[in-house]
Design a protein around this ligand. Structure first.
Ligand SMILES: *Cc1c(COP(=O)(O)O)cnc(C)c1O
Length: 400
């Protein structure tokens, strides 16, 4: 089928909730993808921080293929080795105690909110409040979009679940004024992704941890985007010297196969009894076989060191670009391979993305004016050079 026919078929049949770019992707290899016309693109978005091992990774394809030939799914009424292995690996890596698998980020966060509510309820039936941050992103289910501190995502969808309040990320005084013994949990992205790549200042997360402890509130860290090695550590919170009570993962966890997870301490785990939560598909052997490849690869010291080195190279190049166009790029932020370049205004974000696409480079613009880079974690410095040659040319055009 030709490109135009696919566009037409999709427009007639698919719920139009995405502002899609007009290319039809067909296959990939490493950090490159090809459209159905055979045009090649360098992929600096990685399926939105999902394809951490790149496209067509041999070990991942083999694990999925072999598992598909054995058992794709069997329900959670039975044990499977891939699931037990994946849970054990996550527990070991996080230093927390129990993992649960769902199918997406929103589901992971939904489960985290539920278990935090139950935990609070057991202490005091009024300990139900969830405090999250303005500008955050936690998902699209009703509870997770309520936790998402961006009101434009809430419009027309009420009544929303009650008991959610918001603070400005990095404003510890505001959190101190809002947290109380009625707070069940404070829920934050360790690094805000969709909101424009915002990292925590200095001791912010340590102070959040202390406030949570003071009020018996749980700290939920959403690492759906920043986790799985992206920040240069397996969990982004390892950069900031703290540990959450609950951490959520999804996106890169199975390298592209749908999965989500929340991991909790034993203290939190005790709030759920058999029957309190569940899922039909979540953590099925196919998804967990894929997750096991990611969990055997990304945490390796060499792999993480490479992310740190390549991430630094990338950030230095962004800073050079910002120096070259100081009126156009006003800030460069991020850690490892979750990087953002904030533009002075929102008028050219989408144009830049479109022009890069035309020149064979996939990037993303989030929060209206932040160019966001969340490539496969196997990206090379040579590919970064290639991307910057394109971006310099494109940005140069608009920066005049
Ligand atoms: C993408 C994302 C989610 C939602 O994940 P889905 O799989 O789309 O439901 C939640 N939190 C963060 C930080 C994310 O980046």
């Amino acid at each position: 089928m030709q490109e135009q026919e696919i566009f037409a078929e999709d427009q007639q049949s698919y719920l139009p909730v995405f502002n899609r770019y007009k290319i039809v992707l067909d296959h990939g290899e490493g950090a490159e993808v090809w459209d159905i016309n055979g045009k090649k693109y360098l992929d600096f978005l990685g399926g939105i921080a999902v394809n951490v091992l790149g496209h067509n990774n041999k070990a991942l394809v083999q694990a999925v293929t072999e598992q598909a030939g054995k058992l794709i799914h069997c329900s959670n009424l039975y044990y499977t080795k891939p699931q037990a292995d994946a849970a054990a690996k996550l527990v070991k890596l996080s230093g927390l105690d129990k993992a649960f698998f769902g199918n997406s980020g929103a589901e992971a966060n939904e489960g985290a909110i539920k278990i935090a509510r139950k935990y609070g309820y057991n202490i005091n039936p009024e300990k139900t409040e969830i405090i999250s941050a303005w500008n955050s992103f936690h998902g699209r289910t009703l509870a997770t979009l309520t936790a998402t501190g961006q009101t434009h995502y809430h419009e027309g969808l009420g009544p929303l679940p009650a008991g959610f309040t918001y603070v400005h990320y990095n404003d510890i005084a505001e959190l101190e004024s809002k947290i109380s013994d009625k707070t069940a949990a404070v829920m934050l992205e360790t690094i805000q992704g969709e909101g424009g790549v915002h990292t925590p200042d200095g001791d912010y997360l340590k102070q959040v941890r202390e406030l949570c402890d003071k009020h018996g509130a749980l700290l939920i860290l959403d690492e759906i985007q920043a986790g799985i090695g992206r920040s240069g550590k397996f969990f982004a919170y390892e950069n900031y010297g703290i540990k959450p009570d609950i951490v959520t993962l999804a996106k890169g966890l199975a390298g592209g196969v749908p999965i989500g997870a929340f991991i909790v301490t034993d203290k939190v785990a005790a709030a759920f009894k058999p029957g309190d939560h569940g899922t039909t598909f979540g953590g099925n052997p196919l998804a967990c076989a894929a997750a096991n490849v990611v969990l055997d690869t990304v945490p390796q010291e060499d792999f993480l060191k490479n992310i740190q080195a390549v991430g630094k190279y990338f950030k230095d190049k962004l800073q050079e670009l910002a120096k070259k166009y100081p009126k156009f790029i006003v800030d460069v932020r991020g850690e490892g391979l979750i990087l953002g370049a904030e533009l002075a205004g929102a008028e050219h974000g989408r144009d830049i993305v479109n022009d890069c696409l035309a020149k064979g480079l996939i990037i993303n613009c989030t929060a209206g004016k932040v160019l966001r880079f969340i490539p496969p974690l196997i990206i090379t410095t040579a590919q970064i050079d290639e991307a910057f040659a394109v971006m310099d040319e494109v940005i140069g055009k608009y920066a005049e």
